[in-house]
Design a protein around this ligand. Structure first.
Ligand SMILES: [Zn+2]
Length: 355
């Protein structure tokens, strides 16, 4: 369905049509008569009323515990007490699980505004539209920090991400973007881990980055031969909790406003488009679009994502990652996601120029 929205965007060159679309969707701020409920310190809105604002029809299932919100462009599937939802068939993790309250399914206001609205409005209601010319790719780890390792197959993350980053650089450059890597060889970027991570953001800032993409490969300790697939992370919005993951979670920072939160709307859009292309093109299992307060995303001064492109703890997936052909496929899928995000930005600019 997302693809139809994309194609629709590309075809909507008539400014009048755009204006009509914009007027249809904007006016999105919560209406006074709409349901607003505070439960457990979290503000919720009615999922059905939220959907109706965007022309989505609600279809209930499981005695009202699950809801499908559907238009010709978008299908959202949510369920009470589950942080996992589906956006156009993709796994996406909400900041708060929807709640069933007095017969209505509620979604948190932050999820409504920071997760669903970007997909539904694609920037149409945003004041500042980012440029997309300079892209900084950040191959994680390096030097004395190998990242994740598969000792059985003698391969580590720092080597695989550097090669993937260089492939992504070539693909993006061929599409006309200016591309800078945070490292182009096997090195650590600071005295310690904190300095190393800050340096990555500094390089992006000095390059005047419009987009920051941090590249990683993943690993799990248990169920290693069963867990495979792609995860894409965006920065957790203020006041929300990161997607549950004991190793990476940073819930202590929930109340904190980070620099990267200025781009919540665009973070979600780039995350959504890259995640979508990676799942579609790689045939990899969908581990979901998730939120975490990774340092490189917290300090980013432009929209950014962190990609975990596969599991080095899984031997079958590692063997794939070890082939240049699969790493090239990963690079191309990411680049196609960047292009789709670029098409959204161009669409918004075109709409504004026509006003
Ligand atoms: Zn890593």
């Amino acid at each position: 369905m997302g693809r139809i929205w994309q194609a629709g965007l590309a075809r909507l060159t008539n400014p009048l049509l755009w204006l009509g679309l914009a007027l249809l969707f904007i006016g999105a701020p919560l209406q006074a008569k709409e349901t607003a409920v505070r439960l457990g310190g979290v503000n919720y809105v009615s999922a059905e009323e939220f959907g109706a604002r965007f022309g989505l029809k609600a279809h209930a299932a499981k005695s009202g515990r699950a809801l499908t919100l559907k238009s010709i462009w978008t299908t959202l599937e949510i369920e009470a007490d589950s942080r996992e939802c589906s956006v156009n068939g993709l796994r996406v993790f909400l900041g708060n699980a929807p709640r069933l309250h007095r017969g209505r399914l509620l979604i948190s206001r932050v999820d409504a505004e920071k997760l669903f609205t970007p997909v539904l409005l694609a920037g149409l209601d945003e004041k500042n539209v980012p440029a997309l010319r300079t892209i900084v790719i950040d191959p994680g780890h390096g030097g004395r920090d190998p990242g994740k390792e598969n000792h059985r197959l003698h391969v580590n993350e720092k080597t695989m991400v550097l090669d993937t980053a260089m492939r992504l650089q070539r693909v993006l450059e061929s599409l006309g973007y200016r591309v800078i890597l945070t490292r182009t060889d096997d090195r650590h970027l600071g005295e310690d881990k904190t300095a190393d991570l800050l340096k990555r953001n500094l390089i992006a800032k000095q390059a005047g980055a419009d987009l920051f993409i941090s590249l990683h490969y993943n690993a799990v300790g248990s169920n290693a031969q069963r867990v495979t697939g792609v995860e894409v992370y965006t920065l957790t919005p203020q006041h929300q909790y990161s997607t549950a993951d004991p190793e990476h979670d940073d819930d202590k920072g929930a109340a904190e406003l980070n620099a990267g939160n200025a781009f919540d709307h665009w973070n979600m859009l780039i995350g959504y488009h890259v995640h979508r292309r990676m799942i579609e093109e790689l045939g990899a299992s969908d581990r979901g679009l998730k939120r975490a307060r990774w340092a490189v995303l917290r300090h980013a001064e432009c929209p950014g994502i962190l990609i975990e492109a596969g599991f080095l703890s899984n031997d079958a997936e590692t063997r794939k990652i070890m082939t240049p052909a699969y790493r090239q496929k990963i690079a191309e899928a990411i680049a196609h996601g960047v292009q789709a995000y670029g098409a959204v930005l161009a669409g918004v600019m075109k709409q504004r120029a026509g006003q």
